[in-house]
Design a protein around this ligand. Structure first.
Ligand code: HEM
Length: 242
C-alpha cells in the first residue's frame, strides 16, 4: 500500500481550534471532577484528614482553568468562530432521525440487524453530551465563584453538586465510547491528530460526510492544510475534498 493511499483513507474531522477547545474544557473538567470526588468521598466524612487544602486548591485552580482556557482558545481562534457556531448549531438542531437514533442505539449495540439512521457531525448521544455541557457550563462557573467567595452558599453548593451528578453518566459514557468501545474508539484520533478513518466517518456520520465532502456544507473548509499534526510527511498533504 502506498503512502498516498494510506493518506486518502483518513479525513480531517476536527480542526486544530476544535481540538484545542475540546481539551481546554475536558482537561480542567476532569481535574475538577476527580478532585471534587476525592473531597466528597475521602475528606467530607473526616475533614481533619491531612492535605485537604491541597485538593481544595487543585479544585479551585482547575475551576479557574475551566473558565480561562476556553476563552483563550476562542480569542486565539477568531478565524474559526463560524466553525464553532456551526458545531453549536449541529448539536442543538434535532430531527426525528436523532430521536430514532437514541431509541435504537441500545438495540443496535446488541444486534447487528438493527440499522441506525444517518447522523450528522455529532450523533444524537453526542448532541446530548454537548447540550448538557453547554447548559451547565455557566452554572458551574457562577455557583463555583459564589461558593468560593461567600460563606453561606448552600443553594449554590446544591446546584454545583447536582450538576456534577448529572454530568456523571455523560462523562463516563463519553470516556467509554471514546477510549474503550471498539466500534466508536476509532474516532479517538480525531481529537489528537484531527484525522479519522474515512470509512468510519462515512458510516457513523453519513449526513455530515455527504454535506462536508460532497456539498461543502461546513464553513471555512480547507483553510487549514489537512496535514495531521503528528505526520508532517508531504505525501500526506492533499485536499480534504476529493
Ligand atoms: C480523556 C478524556 C476524553 C477523551 C479521550 C475524549 C475524546 C473525544 C472524542 C474522540 C471526541 C470526538 C467524537 C466524535 O468524533 O464524534 C470528543 C468529543 C466531545 N467531547 Fe470529549 N473526550 C474526553 C473528555 C471530555 C470531557 C471531560 C468533556 C466534557 C467536559 C468532553 C466533551 C466533549 C464534547 C462536548 C464533544 C463533542 C460531542 C461529543 O462527541 O460528545 N470530552 N471527545
Amino acid at each position: 500500500m502506498t503512502k498516498k493511499s494510506i493518506s486518502s483513507e483518513k479525513i480531517l474531522r476536527f480542526r486544530k481550534s476544535e481540538r484545542n477547545i475540546h481539551w481546554a474544557i475536558a482537561i480542567p473538567f476532569m481535574v475538577c471532577y476527580a478532585s471534587a470526588l476525592t473531597l466528597v468521598i475521602f475528606y467530607n466524612p473526616y475533614p481533619s484528614r491531612p492535605f485537604r487544602d491541597v485538593f481544595s486548591w487543585i479544585h479551585r485552580i482547575s475551576g479557574i482553568c475551566f473558565i480561562i482556557l476556553p476563552i483563550i482558545v476562542v480569542l486565539t481562534s477568531r478565524n474559526d468562530l463560524r466553525l464553532f457556531f456551526y458545531n453549536i448549531k449541529q448539536a442543538w438542531a434535532w430531527s426525528l432521525q436523532d430521536i430514532k437514533f437514541l431509541f435504537l442505539m441500545g438495540f443496535a449495540a446488541i444486534s447487528k440487524r438493527v440499522t441506525l439512521p444517518d447522523q450528522g457531525k455529532f450523533n444524537a448521544a453526542e448532541k446530548l453530551n454537548f447540550m448538557v455541557l453547554m447548559s451547565t457550563y455557566p452554572l458551574y462557573v457562577l455557583t463555583g465563584i459564589f461558593i468560593w467567595l461567600t460563606d453561606s452558599a448552600l443553594l449554590s453548593w446544591l446546584i454545583h453538586f447536582s450538576m456534577a451528578i448529572i454530568a456523571t453518566p455523560f462523562l463516563f459514557g463519553h470516556l467509554f465510547m471514546a477510549t474503550l468501545n471498539p466500534s466508536s474508539r476509532v474516532a479517538l484520533s480525531g481529537m489528537f491528530s484531527g484525522f479519522v478513518d474515512r470509512q468510519f466517518v462515512k458510516h457513523h456520520h453519513a449526513s455530515w460526510y455527504k454535506d462536508k465532502f460532497e456539498n461543502a456544507g461546513e464553513p471555512d473548509d480547507n483553510k487549514e492544510k489537512p496535514v495531521p499534526d503528528s505526520m508532517e510527511d508531504s505525501s500526506k498533504t492533499r485536499s480534504d475534498k476529493e
